[in-house]
Design a protein around this ligand. Structure first.
Ligand SMILES: [Zn+2]
Length: 113
């Protein structure tokens, strides 16, 4: 499943479109020792990870039964397309949404569209 988060935290790390991955389908190829983790502060629930070597934002690989991976860090097409936008209330006015995916003002579990 793919979603775009418009919260200031995701935008500032340059990673706002995520692919949510089931843990049993994920495996590291290399570089796991280079991953740095930033702990989430409420209301955000996901930590943020990036590569200490190249700075690539990774999402939160390896956290729980499913977790978000930065879609822009993937080398290959993940074969899923955008399902929704979240934290649209925090989106800057200069960034239009140009697709038909469902929009949520905040987190999709905490608020209706
Ligand atoms: Zn976010």
């Amino acid at each position: 499943m793919m979603a775009t988060c418009h919260c200031g935290r995701c935008r500032k790390i340059g990673a706002s479109t995520f692919v949510f991955v089931r843990a049993e389908t994920f495996q590291w190829v290399k570089g796991q020792a280079e991953v740095q983790r930033l702990k989430a502060q409420p209301p955000y629930q996901y930590d943020r990870c990036f590569c200490r070597r190249c700075g690539t934002a990774l999402g939160e690989p390896g956290a729980g039964a499913s977790f978000p991976i930065n879609a822009d860090c993937l080398d290959d097409d993940p074969q899923v397309r955008l399902r929704f936008h979240e934290f649209v209330a925090e989106k800057p006015a200069w960034r239009p949404i140009c697709d038909d995916a469902v929009q949520f003002a905040g987190h999709p579990v905490q608020a209706a569209p």
